[in-house]
Design a protein around this ligand. Structure first.
Ligand SMILES: Nc1ncnc2c1ncn2[C@@H]1O[C@H](COP(=O)(O)OP(=O)(O)OP(=O)(O)O)[C@@H](O)[C@H]1O
Ligand SMILES: [Mg+2]
Length: 380
């Protein structure tokens, strides 16, 4: 008898991340949920115009240090959030307990949906900055083994060092994904062979339009141009904050391009804008009524916004203030408004054909239904 382990092709990451996520707004909401889980008060999406437009998702949550980044962020299916909440009180910055949104340990892979190259910067209070550069296109190569791909991760003391570091992280990333047939390191030989194989299948590797060519990927990484303009409004960068996480993405996708375009005249772009608004404008529970105390949810203490930057001028796409609330639906003819407890029993009021029933209503669940009690499927 022999013991044989599963091996993982790099493409698995693509399947779990980019391909699982329905659309761009859903990807953004996954990243915003991570910020919420990290006890952020502010989370933003900023889209910057330019020859190489950049999308930035930034938060002021507790951030990650080097160890947390390599043990949580870089480990797929991280268990860090399963079960009980382990966020220590000092990482909550005086905020009320938050029910964790994350469960599966793959949400961060949705950043691949935003664009192909990701510069991640994270900082935990009293720790150094962690800086990592990732290119998601390598996960499309079916000949690469997951364990053969290495991304550069650095620690720096001050934000000013980050941009100075960029050229060296870029070249380190490129070396790692192109490989080297003659290198003594067998991993780099395998990487090289995997690209040869993949390019053989997909056409000549030096065709500039061949998107899977390692040369095309390398040259786009080399021309990555993240500058002070993209970073300066993030509190962690400009020194106003001491902790948080920022994802800076280049080679952004078509939905973001549509949001940046000054005028939109094609229907696909218009639909993409509308979807964005529908998904993200109610990121925090919209069913709270600021006037009727019965329905006031504790304020979620999270503000979020999406902005577009043209040169130095920004305009809001979505913000906390644009969400709809319960007032907007008060005229709806049929409504069920109440609570469901852990036993599955509904208590509340019902409006039918425009009239509220005079008394509260109790509705018990059918007898043949087993009430789930697991932490992640509990009722209530
Ligand atoms: N913005 C962030 N700030 C701090 N830590 C983060 C942030 N984003 C991700 N992390 C860390 O990376 C881990 C993985 O995040 P990911 O979204 O992939 O999984 P999850 O949130 O645990 O589950 P789900 O897949 O359901 O979202 C988190 O548990 C957290 O430790
Ligand atoms: Mg998550």
């Amino acid at each position: 008898m022999t013991g044989v382990a599963f091996q993982t092709r790099a493409r698995t990451i693509d399947h779990l991340g980019r391909e699982q996520i329905a659309d761009t707004p859903t990807a953004v909401s996954e990243l915003w949920k991570n910020a919420y889980d990290a006890y952020a008060r502010n989370v933003e999406l900023n889209l910057f115009d330019g020859p190489d437009p950049i999308a930035a998702v930034t938060d002021d949550g507790h951030g990650m240090n080097y160890e947390e980044f390599t043990k949580h962020w870089l480990v797929i299916g991280t268990e860090s959030k399963a079960g009980a909440d382990r966020t220590p009180i000092e990482d909550r910055f005086g905020l009320r307990f938050r029910m964790k949104q994350g469960q599966k340990g793959i949400g961060r892979l949705s950043s691949a949906k935003l664009g192909s190259t990701l510069l991640l910067i994270s900082k935990r209070e009293n720790c150094d900055f962690v800086v990592a550069l990732i290119d998601w296109r390598v996960f499309e190569n079916p000949y690469l083994n997951l364990s053969d791909i290495q991304f550069p991760v650095n620690e720096v003391k001050s934000s000013s060092e980050i941009l100075r570091l960029l050229p060296s992280i870029k070249s380190s990333l490129v070396e790692n994904i192109i490989g080297d047939a003659k290198h003594k390191d067998a991993r780099l030989q395998r990487v090289h062979a995997a690209w040869l194989e993949w390019e053989k299948e997909a056409g000549p590797s030096d065709t500039p339009i061949n998107p899977i060519s390692s040369k095309v990927i390398a040259s786009s990484i080399n021309s990555l141009n993240i500058t002070e303009r993209h970073l300066r409004n993030w509190a962690v960068w400009n020194g106003k904050g001491s902790h948080g996480t920022g994802l800076f993405v280049s080679n952004i996708n078509n939905d973001f391009e549509a949001l940046l375009a000054p005028e939109i005249n094609d229907t696909a772009a218009m639909a993409s804008r509308r979807r964005f608004f529908e998904t993200l404008s109610s990121f925090v529970d919209p069913f709270t009524d600021p006037v009727n105390s019965r329905n006031v949810d504790p304020k979620p203490e999270l503000s979020y916004s999406a902005r577009r930057w043209v040169g130095d001028k920004s305009s809001i796409i979505i913000g906390t203030e644009t969400e709809f609330n319960l007032r907007n639906i008060s005229s709806i003819e049929h409504q069920i408004d109440g609570q469901i407890d852990e036993e599955g029993v509904f208590t509340g009021r019902i409006k039918a054909f425009g009239a509220w029933m005079p008394d509260d209503v109790i509705i018990r669940p059918p007898k043949n239904i087993r009430i789930p009690t697991r932490g992640d499927s509990k009722l209530g």
